[in-house]
Design a binder for this molecule. Sequence first.
Ligand SMILES: Cc1ncc(COP(=O)(O)O)c(C=O)c1O
Length: 362
Amino acid sequence: MKENPAQYALPHIQALAAYTPGKQPDTADWIKLNTNELTYPPSPRVAQAITAELHCLERYPSPISAALRSTIAKRHGLLPSQVIVGNGSDDVLNLLMRAFCGQNMSAGMLLPSYSLYPVLAAIQGQQISYIPFTSEMRLPVDACASSKANIFFLTAPNAPTGVFFPMEEIAAVASRINGILVIDEAYAEFAPSDCVPLLHKYRNVVITRTCSKTQGLAGLRVGWGMGDPDVIEILDRVRDSYNVNRLSQAGAKAALEDVAYYSDIIARIRTTRDSFAREVAQRGFYSYPSVANFILTRPTTRSGQYGPEQAQSLFDAFYERRILVRYLPGTALTDAFLRISIGTPEQMNTLLEVIDQWQTRA
Ligand SMILES: Cc1ncc(COP(=O)(O)O)c(C=O)c1O
């Protein structure tokens, strides 16, 4: 018998490094700008819908999230058979990887982008292949289109940079790639446009979305995928039978139906983002042009110095003031930057004060 029962696990799972989520503090006294959650409360209709659902918790939820699927389909001008709902969009990304990546069928992604994809591939016993961005962060269309991956993950707008890719460029990849193209649109509702029109043209495209960012429901865990009915049917085979609980289905549906409430919040976030970008630019920070609800910015001293040391130093200065942002030291393209979620104007002003104090010292 093996000394440690964990040694009975599959060898590639024993070697697996788990995904590291951003810190989730257990007290409310932090300005929390490290995981791109909404810093406004969700629509009041969410709590009403959840309360109304409390009387039937003894019953299983709709296995296919039927009502929510219909709401999502209507929102995007699709059929319910083109939609799958997940326990967060991570669940849908996981289903995609489980169904389309395995022995002799690899996955691909751009670097940097969402660091969950390689972990999901590793669970399938596969190494993901990376296509690196250059410092301009433009979409390398030819490299993506000629990827040998059976499933390719494209985050659009990109995370962690927030950079927008024109739909024609993504269409060029979709039309040429020999595999499934997943467009992870976690942040698309903050951007000027999205790739939903591509679903009418390319059967190999799957788009994933989430209620965690725009709808302020990260705690509820709801996301969805949209694609060809045949692909959705494959994903439905892999999904847990009751993958989204009753309260989450009801709450997400109420949120997605309250379009007016969220249009106002999206407008506020865009305004705050653009104004924060101008403020840090005036202080000498370079930032990638972001269309998302966060900004990747490079802390720079008054004398013009920047690099990993300066990024860590400003991260620490924020932390001392109980402000959480994200430092991503993993790749050379991001290790001199901090990723900062866009909060309320008041929160962003507090950050600017900390930056000013840091610049006088650094
Ligand atoms: C690019 C991207 N995709 C997906 C997700 C996961 O979202 P969800 O909360 O729906 O699982 C995130 C969350 O940070 C993300 O940044």
